[in-house]
Design a protein around this ligand. Sequence first.
Ligand SMILES: *Cc1c(COP(=O)(O)O)cnc(C)c1O
Length: 227
Amino acid sequence: MNLCTTLKNLRTELPPGVSLIAVSKTQPPEVIREAVSCGQLIFGENKAQELIVKAPSLPGEIEWHFIGHLQRNKIRAILPFVSLIHSIDSFTLLQAVDKESALLGKTTSCLLQFHIATEETKFGLDLAEASAMLSSPAYKELRNIHIRGVMGMATYTDKTDTIRKEFHHLHTLFDYLKKNYFSEQDEFREISMGMSDDYRIAIEEGSTMVRIGTAIFGKFRDSAAGG
Ligand SMILES: *Cc1c(COP(=O)(O)O)cnc(C)c1O
């Protein structure tokens, strides 16, 4: 199917208030440009090196989201391009993003990534870690980050009840944090959950941002630009 048709069909499935992050990892610039010409302006990348190679040559109107595991030594390189980091999975990472943002004179929007899957390998905070962080004096000193919500990835499984439970859990975590730490902050309102295979369940469980790659672009390509 034609890329514009795919994007249009996908968008008609999304309720108002749910944004579509087109995950363009491994896709070459010309494919991203084509998606832009179809009206898609938000793209997600999961590798710092790939993002900094691709972003400079692509239209400035693109809103880049960083969705992968972020190493501290890559923060400085990606900050000029990113408008939202979905994958804050430790306090030290958040502090480092704050520090680098301050050096650039900018404020960076971030989501807290939670470990909601049963798989051991997925990155993310748990509620105890997030609570300890958000109530610490060191957190209150951060001036150059805005936390805008939460992100999570469900277990890779066919069992839809497992996936639904994990997304439901993320929504519960969001509600808890909203009530206890962000009740005065309107900007804390995003729940980033749902990928190609599970975005419909995620939407039913209250997602506000779906991150979709394969269902838009087809299978990811082997040779990523810059890896
Ligand atoms: C690759 C990726 C996606 C998109 O996955 P698809 O199954 O291709 O839609 C979403 N989120 C993250 C963090 C990813 O790395």
